[in-house]
Design a protein around this ligand. Structure first.
Ligand code: CTP
Length: 421
């Protein structure tokens, strides 16, 4: 079997953050998949990893400002910006993202990023507050609009004594995102709409808007090896995120654990639990539209055990559950900072419309997309969906059975129309 990145040349820009140590593993992963990797370390990256370590793993010298002043004639920043198939920035610190978004180029890494016409993938990593800061939100939106691809960050424990969204995506996730980006840019017709190697779309109906989508299930740990989950595949939420990006929006997708690929052109934040999902959603605001397609676990074990629960001969202890925060209701109930359009889903197995009508009032959202998830319909985990749109005034519009991608496109067209009203 050909390796997914066979013969691909990757310029890997390593930014200065504690996650830089994972960039070394990323070099290994990329090479395992067949790619040739040329590392470029910023000055602050060298506080965390040495050019020697990166070079040893890559099998070629690592570039630094110093190296390139000596070798400008040989390769130089313009050569670096051209002699690859893609640029990966991992970790992309808040500072690097800001420089990329504004075209500020005081060093070799940022000069290359400004000079390159190649597709760029960034893997942000920073502390929770920096990721949530409005400046980073703005920079992310600018970069997405410029055609830069984003993978992560993920939720989880961080180097600092806090947990939240900001952890760099895992090296295998970055390698997968790179393969997807290259497959997609290769599929674009040559010369079409390219100001550079990055696709420039005609401004769509959601151009300049930010859209937030939740998708997939949540996993609620019982102990380190067991969890409560549900059958959500994430297909519908991911399809909405993809359609919104296609319509020109800067999209953040907050996804629970799913087995489907990231939609192209979308910033994906991976989470596991409902509480992580709420934190990631809050960090991704503001947004013009927020769509809550995730099948969030309503309850979680009251106390997740730190070590595996063993059979000890006695009957199993009952599992005490407590309710999770309602993410949709929390965001719909915001005063200041509430998205203009808050859209919920209603997964029902009976009396679909009646339950959905009650839900729109209870949750305070503007629109509910209701679907019948009883086992006979095959919606949960399947590729097609029959939905009913329920408005605040209780009116119902029923769509025919459609592919989930088509449901995504039609919903996005509806959101655009509602925003334009
Ligand atoms: N939702 C959420 N946070 C939760 C539970 C649900 O954001 N803790 C959102 C879902 O993403 C969806 C909507 O609320 O958009 C409705 O989800 P659903 O599971 O149908 O409703 P529940 O609130 O779980 O109500 P019930 O279990 O009574 O049907």
């Amino acid at each position: 079997m050909t390796k997914p990145l066979a013969d691909r040349r990757v310029l890997l820009i390593v930014g200065g953050g504690i996650a830089a140590y994972k960039a070394l593993d990323l070099i290994r992963r990329l090479r395992e998949r067949g790619a040739a990797v040329r590392p470029l370390l910023t000055r602050s990256a060298q506080e965390f990893v040495t050019p020697l370590a990166a070079a040893a793993l890559a099998g070629v010298p690592a570039h630094t400002d110093l190296f390139d002043r000596a070798d400008e004639a040989e390769i130089g920043h313009i050569g670096l910006a051209r002699e690859a198939d893609a640029v990966v920035v991992a970790p992309a610190t808040a500072n690097l993202m800001a420089r990329m978004a504004t075209g500020h180029a005081p060093d070799l890494a940022t000069t290359v990023l400004l000079a390159t016409t190649l597709p760029i993938l960034i893997a942000p990593a920073m502390n929770v507050a920096m990721w949530a800061h409005p400046a980073t939100r703005r920079n992310l939106a600018t970069l997405l609009t410029d055609g830069v691809r984003v993978v992560g960050p993920n939720a989880g424990p961080m180097a600092e004594p806090e947990t939240g969204v900001g952890r760099m995506a895992e090296p295998v996730e970055i390698a997968d995102a790179l393969a997807a980006m290259l497959a997609e840019t290769a599929a674009e017709p040559a010369g079409f709409g390219f100001l550079s190697g990055r696709p420039r779309k005609a401004p769509g109906p959601l151009a300049g808007r930010r859209v937030l989508v939740t998708s997939g299930p949540t996993h609620e740990p019982i102990d380190p090896v067991r969890f409560i989950a549900n059958r959500s595949s994430g297909r519908q939420g991911h399809a909405i995120a993809a359609a919104a990006a296609q319509a020109g929006a800067a999209v953040t997708l907050v996804s629970g654990p799913v087995a489907i690929p990231d939609p192209p052109g979308v910033a994906v934040v991976r989470v596991e639990t409902a509480r992580e999902m709420l934190a990631a959603v809050q960090a991704a605001l503001p947004a013009a539209v927020a769509v809550f397609a995730a099948a969030v676990a309503d309850w979680r074990p009251d106390a997740a055990q730190g070590s595996k629960i063993k059979k000890d001969g006695a009957p199993p202890a009952p599992l005490a559950l407590i309710e999770n925060p309602d993410i949709l209701a929390t965001i719909a109930g915001l005063g200041e900072g509430r998205p203009t359009l808050v859209v919920g889903f209603a997964a029902e197995t009976d009396r679909v419309i009646e339950h959905a009508r009650a839900k729109i009032v209870r949750k305070g959202c503007d629109l509910i997309v209701a679907n019948d998830v009883s086992a006979s319909g095959g919606v949960m985990g399947g590729t097609a969906n029959t939905v009913h749109l329920i408005a605040r005034d209780g009116t119902v519009e029923t769509w025919p059975r459609l592919d989930k991608d088509e449901v995504g496109r039609r919903l996005v067209a509806r959101f655009s129309a509602l925003l334009a009203d």
